[in-house]
Design a protein around this ligand. Sequence first.
Ligand SMILES: [Zn+2]
Length: 82
Amino acid sequence: MHVETIKKIELKKANIPRHTVDRQKANKKIKACCRDENNLMVEGRKTAEDRPHTDMIVFTCTKCNCRHFVAGLDAGAGIGKV
Ligand SMILES: [Zn+2]
């Protein structure tokens, strides 16, 4: 599978859909540090080269280095439009 990373930036500076962030913050199965917006870096990815924009985002927690993948056509829309 071709996966292209668009960019990795602080969540505060990322223009990703609010509902994607809200889902991460509401996920009780993950540690509290990974739900804090201030700890999260966001990475936009395209799972295929011909995708018009990112269709996957990856949250990386700067406290524990955990990574959380969010897939879906609308997950990363806006972050890595090329
Ligand atoms: Zn964490």
